[in-house]
Design a protein around this ligand. Structure first.
Ligand SMILES: *Cc1c(COP(=O)(O)O)cnc(C)c1O
Length: 406
């Protein structure tokens, strides 16, 4: 393996001078990645459990993924949706194989996928009411995160995200996660859909219980509502199931995907069951870049490696063992840790205190990971992470807990 390049730069100064300040960034400049590891501009190595925020499914620069992108880049990169491209068809087939009979639309990000779902809910409302503007409401969950466009933001009931941007898109109401009655109470004649994350990510790694999902399925069937799941973060193998909802056995009416699907190449997607997919007709929705041959090649490489290397089974088994180890840490450090949540390679360590000082100490130990919500350390290793990688992370987390205990 070649040694990482040391690329001392004036990046911090450039950011200070020229980059918009809409992110609170860690004082770290990453320049290279390989597998579970990433290097900063001083040559320091980290175990990267941010994974581009649940994006780099195969870790950094997986040879099969890089090879597929290189090959496709030399053949056809972008061709528009005015024509067919063979990779789009194949990727749609593979998604349908996982999600069930239905159809796929490809876009470029999570918020774009969710925007398409929100538009789909509106079309369903028109079908249901027989006219426009009569049935358009969507019930989401408190602490949800669905993105930053007007639709996504309106579905995201957080002051820090909505502040300054009102008026928002009308018609969103918010129930309490895992409280079926609170959702049922919000349903009225104008409701078109229920839209939730199967496992809340940004809100703090909070899974829907299976019972709650069964209840929502029944509620949607009773009232002719679409059950739409945002699997942008928890889908694509992150939990050890291809989709997190598969754990419960329910089938939704539509699914939003993004983050992990392109393995680091920007891509979003929605799947909808046939009778809902047909609501989108020629001209009713679109995208210039979505589903380009290059993006599809990247996504197909991700799916190929996931299958070839049996990554779902590994994530499921390793993730369960890792969660048990982290729960032991929670028992050992009860003054610091409240609980460990999540499944597979999407785990949260719920703290009594704020996560920021922990993240800084973890960086110091050599582990990169994001926070979630107000009190959670989020752990998102790439799906290729081995038991040994997870054990190394556990040891670093333990070292930080010991340091914080003094
Ligand atoms: C990240 C995320 C989004 C937004 O995705 P972008 O690609 O950043 O637009 C939407 N929903 C969920 C659940 C997410 O985690």
């Amino acid at each position: 393996m070649s040694l990482p390049t040391i690329v001392r730069t004036n990046t911090a100064e450039l950011y200070d001078a020229y980059v918009m300040k809409n992110f609170g960034r860690a004082p770290l400049t990453l320049v290279r990645g390989e597998g579970v590891r990433a290097w900063d501009d001083t040559g320091r190595e980290y175990l990267d459990f941010v994974s581009g925020i649940a994006v780099n499914s195969l870790g950094h620069c997986h040879p099969a993924w890089v090879g597929a992108i290189r090959q496709q880049a030399g053949q056809l990169i972008q061709s528009s949706n005015l024509f067919r491209n063979p990779l789009y068809g194949e990727l749609a087939r593979r998604i349908v194989r996982q999600a069930g009979p239905g159809r796929v639309f490809l876009c470029n990000s999570g918020t774009e996928a969710n925007e398409a779902l929100i538009k789909l809910a509106r079309l369903h409302g028109v079908r249901k009411a027989g006219e426009e503007g009569k049935c358009y409401k969507i019930i989401c969950a408190q602490y949800a995160f669905h993105g930053r466009t007007f639709g996504g933001m309106s579905a995201t009931p957080q002051e820090k995200i909505q502040k300054g941007f009102r008026p928002l898109v009308p018609g969103f109401a918010f129930g309490e996660l895992n409280n079926l009655q609170s959702f049922a109470d919000l349903v009225d004649g104008e409701t078109a859909a229920i839209f939730i994350e199967t496992i809340q990510g940004e809100g703090g790694i909070k899974p829907c219980t299976d019972e709650f999902l069964w209840g929502l399925r029944r509620l949607c069937d009773q009232h002719n509502l679409l059950l739409m799941l945002d699997e942008v973060q928890c889908g694509l193998g992150r939990t050890g199931d291809f989709y997190a909802f598969q754990h419960s056995g329910i089938r939704p009416d539509a699914i939003g995907m993004a983050k992990g699907i392109g393995g680091g190449y920007p891509m979003g997607a929605i799947w909808a069951a046939e009778k809902n997919a047909e609501l989108f007709t020629a001209g009713s929705h679109g995208t210039t870049f979505g589903g380009s041959p290059l993006a599809c090649a990247a996504a197909l490489a991700v799916l190929d490696v996931m299958e070839r290397d049996d990554l779902l089974a590994k994530v499921k088994a390793n993730g369960a063992a890792w969660k048990a180890d982290l729960e032991k840490l929670a028992a050992e450090f009860p003054k610091q840790i409240k609980a460990v949540t999540g499944r597979g390679y999407m785990l949260g360590i719920d703290l009594h205190g704020e996560p920021a000082p922990y993240l800084a100490l973890l960086r110091d130990e050599g582990l990169l990971c994001p926070s979630a919500g107000t009190h959670t350390i989020r752990l998102l290793p790439p799906l290729i992470a081995t038991r040994e990688d997870l054990d190394r992370a556990t040891a670093m987390i333990r070292a930080v807990l010991v340091r914080k205990d003094y």
